[in-house]
Design a protein around this ligand. Structure first.
Ligand code: ZN
Length: 42
């Protein structure tokens, strides 16, 4: 899944880097993974 850098809408599957179907922006990025940090409660 990718996120448009302009309108910040989620775009599910893209074969190559094409463009945003909403605003035609060409810069897309992957959102950060939810487990990027290692936080332990103890
Ligand atoms: Zn967009």
């Amino acid at each position: 899944m990718y996120v448009c850098h302009n309108c910040e809408k989620e775009i599910e599957e893209i074969g190559n880097f094409v463009r945003c179907p909403y605003c035609a922006w060409r810069i897309l990025y992957k959102p950060p993974l939810p487990v990027a940090r290692s936080i332990r409660a103890d």
